[in-house]
Every structure is written in structure tokens, then in C-alpha cells.
Design a protein around this ligand. Sequence first.
Ligand code: ADP
Ligand code: MG
Length: 413
Amino acid sequence: MEKYIVLDNISKVYKNSVKAVNDFNVEISKGDFVALVGPSGCGKSTTLRMIAGLESITSGTLFIEGKVANYLPSKDRDIAFVFQSYALYPHLSVFDNMAFGLKTRRINKAEIKQRVFKASDILNLGSLLDRRPKELSGGQMQRVALGRAIVRHASIFLMDEPLSNLDAKLRIKMRSEIVKLHKEIGSTTIYVTHDQLEAITMANKIVVMNLGYIQQIGNPMDIYNNPHNLFVATFFGTPTMNIIKVLYENESLDFGSYKYQLKDFKVKHDAFYQEKISKVKGILANLENGLAEYYFYESHNIEGENKKKIETIELEQVKVYFEKKLNLLEEALLSKHQLSFGIRPEHLVLSKEGIKGEVIFAEPLGSQIILHLNNDVQLLLNIDDYRNEEIITYLFNESKFYIFDNITGERII
Ligand code: ADP
Ligand code: MG
């Protein structure tokens, strides 16, 4: 089946040389509800605005319905956009705010009325049509902003953090309203949010971003159960996944107070590092062939730097970064080294033998309790299983843990 919207290797460099989006590749089917999720500044709005035609695309190709759309004027894309700020006209009534975009498109009055009434029914705005925006609550303004998009009958809905100005209770209500709306209308929806729970609960496809790069694409359960790296693993879930630093040697993980023997790990471990090593060797061999700029971004991203200015690239700096990385990877392949052991709080249990920890804070949640340990580890237990001990011994569900490499942040198993 032909994909409805395709972003093929899209990048965005702003005029001030900030590289906001890098090598963005995603395929969206008709009717999808896609969430673009990641922390503030990771390039979500930039990506959405490029799809809407509100921001130019620096390189790569945007396809809409199989046609190149890079230069298609925004008004000619069959898109309705919901802004974070709502952007309502203060001097117009709710009715006129919703009707505005239709009037400018010269749709006849009877049709406009019919569409606005239908949308206000769906959104429960019927009694508010004569009010001005300043006479509305945040949730009501939010619904008007949605209404204005619905009446357009556009086949693509783009929403940029539409719920972030609402209080917690309303946010949860509006979440399900938007999902219901999507089911009713069926428009392909791309929804930007920094809230992992919104992404997990609303979308059928999640694109996780960090520092301008896609980290992982998948359905909610896949993203939650099968994270590809430390960023994705710790971004989703409350309480978040525990990351415990362990020493690895001879198929054994040393937790300090406990040693765990792994089975069949060495083959995967060695293959992982061999692959990374050959990749970095490839980069080093190619650096001088004009690729330094490309790899500069990786070096800066992993260092966690947000501003990626092109004019500051120096070949030597990039080379040093990758040589250091190569050394670390080669050491990791050959000798005892530190790995990150990932386990969600609900997959830890109290046990007679195991890892020792000191409880510094116990947080009852009703039927469950979160134990916060001194080494940043958290356990989520049934409240009856915990008897106020200060020192506990715990173990993990052996089918639920992950192991990550600390040099690349990527998952090994
Ligand atoms: P998000 O929506 O994920 O918070 P944005 O797409 O707004 O992120 O921004 C991504 C990066 O691009 C940030 O570093 C931001 O400062 C930068 N940026 C956004 N808009 C502009 C602009 N108009 N000019 C220059 N830099 C921008
Ligand atoms: Mg944004």
C-alpha cells in the first residue's frame, strides 16, 4: 500500500545555523494517529511545521499522497493545524472563530453553518457559540481551536501540544475526546507532545525524538517493551525504568552485593561491540571525504549539546571524538567493563537472596507502594509485601531485564 505521508531523510537547518532536525525518516499511513514525542527543543514543532508548509525544508523530500510536497504552498495542502497557543481571534465569537477559515475559502453560508453546528455538537460547544474567547475557560478555548480544525474537513490533522495549557484533569478528559474525534472523523493525525503518557495512550504509532534525531519508531507496546536505547527506555513509564550500573566479566554481572550469572550473553555482547567497532572504524576512514560535517552532529549529540552550529565544525575535533570512542569500544570488547542493567520498578521483588538496598523513602499509593532506595533504584510493590524494613534484599524478574552499553547508550539484550 502506498504510504500517505512520507518524510524521506528530512533535515532542517535554521538561518542561525541551528540544526533542529536531522535525517528524519518516517512513513505514515492514511488514518494513522502518530505521536511525535520528546523533550523540549528536540525538533518536534519544526518537523510538524515542515509537514504543514509553515517552515521550509532544508534537505530531504516530503511526500504527501505520493507527490513531492516540499514546495507546495501551505494553503494547498489539505491540512488543519491546531496550535499550542490556540491562536483564536479575540474579537470574534466562537461561531465566527470556527467559521473564519471557511469564509476565507468562500464556502457558502448554509454549508458553513451546518459544519460549525456539527463540530460544536461533537465538542459540546453548542451553548457557547456567541461568546468571545475571553469569556471561555482554557478547556473551552481548546475545544474551539479543535473545532476550527474540524470544520475544515481536512484529511490531515496536525496538532502541536494542544493540551499542554490545561490543568491535569481536563488534560486527561481532552485526551480521550481527541482520540474519540479521531475515530469519528478518521483524519490522519500527527500529534506533537512532550508527555510520554499522552503518546502511549493516544497514538497507534510513536516517533520518539531527542536532540533532533529519531530515537525509535513503533507502536506503544513496542516502544514500552522493546526500547532500543537508554533514552527511550527511561523516557517512557512512571515510575521510570531503573538503570543499575553493573560490572560485567565472564558472563557475570556484579551488582556489588550480588552476582548474577548470565546465560548465552557473551556471543551477543561480543557481536554488539564488534559491529560498533567496525562502524566507528568506517567513520574514521571516511572522515576526510567530506563526511566530517555529517558525523560532527553525532559527536555533539552524544555529548548532549543542543545547539548544533555548522560553522564550528573542525575535522580534528570530530576525529578525536571518534578515536576516543573506538578505544572505549575495543576495551569493552576485551575486558571487564561497566554496563547498564535496566529493570522496571514493577519487575523487582523482595527476596531472601539478592541485591541489598537501603530504603530512604517509602511512598504508599493505596494498594501499592514505591520504595526509593539509596542508589536511585525504585521498587513498585504490593503494599502488603513490605513490612517497613530499612534494609531490603531484592531480585528481578529474569524475563524482564535489559542490558545497555554505556558508550553508545544502545541496548545489547
Ligand atoms: P520542540 O518543538 O521539540 O520543543 P523545536 O522544533 O521548536 O523543538 O526546536 C528545535 C530546535 O530548533 C531548538 O534548538 C530551537 O531552539 C531551534 N529553533 C526553533 N525554531 C527556531 C527558529 N525559528 N530559528 C532558529 N532556531 C529555532
Ligand atoms: Mg514545540
